[in-house]
Design a protein around this ligand. Structure first.
Ligand code: PNS
Length: 164
């Protein structure tokens, strides 16, 4: 029984995240998608909104027998991972530019908790330039999001803009 944590901000979840989760399902029996509660950042979507969207869009992915859960956490990731009895942390790496920061985090996490491995996974090339940050920027400037995020996420972004 192999359990992985897939941590991140998921503000919002993108097709790149879903691609990594599908790939992770081939390696792990269980994946816990863990949304970081970050009091220092002003998010686009609340934790509850992100959890709800993730739950909905995860229904559409290819998961085989993999069990997927959505949760949120505060504090050190390795403390959360230990509490969840996880074996690994999954992170997606899109380009070399991601690698330096991801390597630092992976090595720091290893130092803090040597029993938990970090597994880097590459998304499909189609998503190699997709990030939540760029998705929000493109959206806020009126650009097209088709193919970058699930349709439900795009609809929720439009709803939010309309209600502000
Ligand atoms: O999607 P993101 O914002 O790139 O995810 C970053 C995340 C959540 C993986 C990272 O910020 C994190 O693990 N934060 C928890 C605090 C922590 O453990 N910091 C030490 C990591 S070296």
């Amino acid at each position: 029984m192999r359990r992985a944590i897939y941590p991140g901000s998921f503000d919002p979840v993108t097709n790149g995240h879903l691609d990594i989760i599908e790939r992770g399902c081939k390696l792990f029996d269980e994946i816990i998608i863990a949304i970081l509660v970050n009091p220092d950042k002003q998010p686009f979507f609340s934790i509850d909104e992100r959890r709800e969207m993730l739950g909905a869009v995860l229904k559409t992915i290819e998961r085989g027998t993999c069990v997927i859960q959505v949760d949120h956490f505060q504090g050190l990731l390795v403390h959360y991972a230990l509490a969840q009895k996880a074996d690994a942390i999954v992170r997606g790496i899109r380009a070399i530019s991601d690698y330096e920061y991801e390597l630092q985090m992976a090595l720091m996490n290893r130092r803090l908790e040597p029993s938990i491995e970090t597994v880097f996974m590459m998304p499909a090339e189609t998503y190699s330039y997709v990030s939540s940050r760029l998705v929000k920027e493109v959206f806020q400037l009126g650009g097209e999001l088709k193919g970058l995020v699930p349709p439900l996420v795009e609809a929720r972004m439009r709803d939010k803009l309309a209600s502000d």
